[in-house]
Write a protein that binds this ligand. Structure first.
Ligand SMILES: NC(=O)c1ccc[n+]([C@@H]2O[C@H](COP(=O)([O-])OP(=O)(O)OC[C@H]3O[C@@H](n4cnc5c(N)ncnc54)[C@H](OP(=O)(O)O)[C@@H]3O)[C@@H](O)[C@H]2O)c1
Length: 165
């Protein structure tokens, strides 16, 4: 199973200056819940956005065209999509966590979309790659709790692929 996990604003912005445009701890918690004990696949720039290297308790797979790119152990470097399948088992949950270029790379392979829609306009320089939502069915939608630490309204949505391209 391949899932996408991401958060986007009202204009599909996902990043600015190599980082997230917002601070939303409840979304970070959802991200952790969805990815812990699973495989996470990310682009080199998203990997570099982590302040402390690979995320714990997940197999971190980083994609770069640079064969000598120095990923920190225990993360794994791959140079193209095909190599991913040398490192995962058929029943692994593979969570693609971005950024935009990696979502684009896997957009015909993804089965499940886990998106946090943040109902706010942020400045951004990276947008979510366009997806054809006609191929997916909304299976869960939950309003996020707004409080003093999570100040923007947001919705957690899950979509399952209903048609294959
Ligand atoms: N809101 C969210 O949920 C979310 C999620 C993830 C990331 N982000 C944000 O998005 C931004 C980063 O996204 P991005 O799209 O600019 O970068 P990215 O996808 O994280 O990384 C891009 C890099 O991945 C490698 N790559 C891409 N396609 C490849 C391919 N086909 N084969 C081999 N390597 C490939 C290349 O690395 P090399 O240049 O080393 O070859 C490329 O420069 C950041 O601001 C980050 O914070 C947001």
């Amino acid at each position: 199973m391949i899932g996408f996990v991401w958060a986007e604003d009202s204009n599909q912005n996902i990043g600015i200056n190599g980082h997230l445009p917002w601070n939303l701890p409840n979304d970070m918690k959802r991200f952790k819940d969805l990815t812990t004990n699973n495989v996470i696949v990310m682009g080199r720039k998203t990997y570099e956005s982590f302040p402390n290297g690979p995320l714990p308790n997940r197999l971190n797979i980083v994609i770069s065209r640079d064969k000598n790119y120095p990923v920190q152990q225990p993360a794994i470097l791959i140079n193209d999509k095909k190599q991913l399948f040398d490192h995962v088992d058929p029943d692994d949950k593979i969570m693609v966590i971005g950024g935009s270029t990696i979502f684009k790379l896997f957009k015909d392979d993804v089965d499940t979309l886990y998106v946090t829609k943040i109902h706010h306009d942020f400045s951004g320089d990276t947008k979510m790659t366009p997806l054809n939502y006609d191929d997916f069915k909304l299976i869960e939608k939950k309003e996020g709790i707004v409080d003093e630490k999570n100040i923007y309204p947001y919705t957690f949505e899950t979509y399952q692929r209903s048609a294959h391209v």
